[in-house]
Design a binder for this molecule. Structure first.
Ligand code: CO
Length: 208
């Protein structure tokens, strides 16, 4: 991808969209009503809309290093609040991916400067699930499982927010944990059993 090609590509894309619907962009400008909030990794290989077959206007997207939802992160907290309480999405997705450099970096003994506090959240996920991860002897499988467990913990973090708790109660909003396998292109639903996971912790985290 050469930077000088981008604007020509954009003009081509506009022509293609208008060919099927001359009011395409006029309609887009009227507003958005996405049903899904997608929180994923910034990794350039995980092309959110493309891998889901989603069109502009369908998915509200937030991406950061290793698809995290730390409770003091104003950016992800604002996105969740706006998407859930104002746009009224019906689904919140946390999508991790195998071969995540963020997850891998978090497990190394190295001073990564400004990245340390961000990636520390992943070390905390590791600590929470240390016993299970200790049983996985293959290094690559261990990273894959940590990617999945990180998705699970970020889903729990989503559910800790009052906006999401209110939306679950009032309109049955659902939270989903997915993983994208860069090696096969497959999108995998982890089918996380939230009832089981939240059974003993919601007494601590319930706000509304
Ligand atoms: Co990643």
């Amino acid at each position: 991808m050469e930077i000088r090609h981008i604007f020509a590509n954009n003009q081509k894309w506009i022509k293609e969209k208008i060919k099927t619907d001359e009011n395409y962009f006029k309609n887009l400008s009227l507003g958005q009503k996405p049903h899904i909030l997608y929180i994923g990794c910034s990794d350039s290989r995980v092309s959110t809309e493309e891998l889901m077959g989603a069109q502009p206007g369908e998915v509200f997207v937030h991406r950061n290093l290793a698809n995290m939802v730390p409770n003091t992160d104003l950016s992800s907290m604002s996105v969740i609040s706006y998407a859930v309480s104002t746009l009224k999405v019906q689904h919140v997705v946390i999508c991790g991916h195998y071969y995540c450099n963020g997850v891998k970096a978090a497990m190394q003994s190295a001073d990564l400067g400004i990245l340390n506090p961000w990636l520390r959240n992943i070390r905390d996920v590791y600590r929470l699930h240390k016993d299970e991860l200790a049983l996985v002897t293959d290094e690559e499988e261990k990273y894959k499982r940590l990617v999945e467990l990180n998705v699970q913990e970020q889903c729990v973090n989503v559910i800790k927010t009052p906006d999401v708790q209110r939306a679950i109660k009032e309109r049955g909003l659902t939270v989903h944990g997915w993983v994208f396998d860069v090696h096969s292109g497959e999108l995998i639903d982890l089918k996380i059993d939230f009832d089981k996971i939240l059974e003993h912790i919601m007494e601590i985290y319930r706000i509304v």
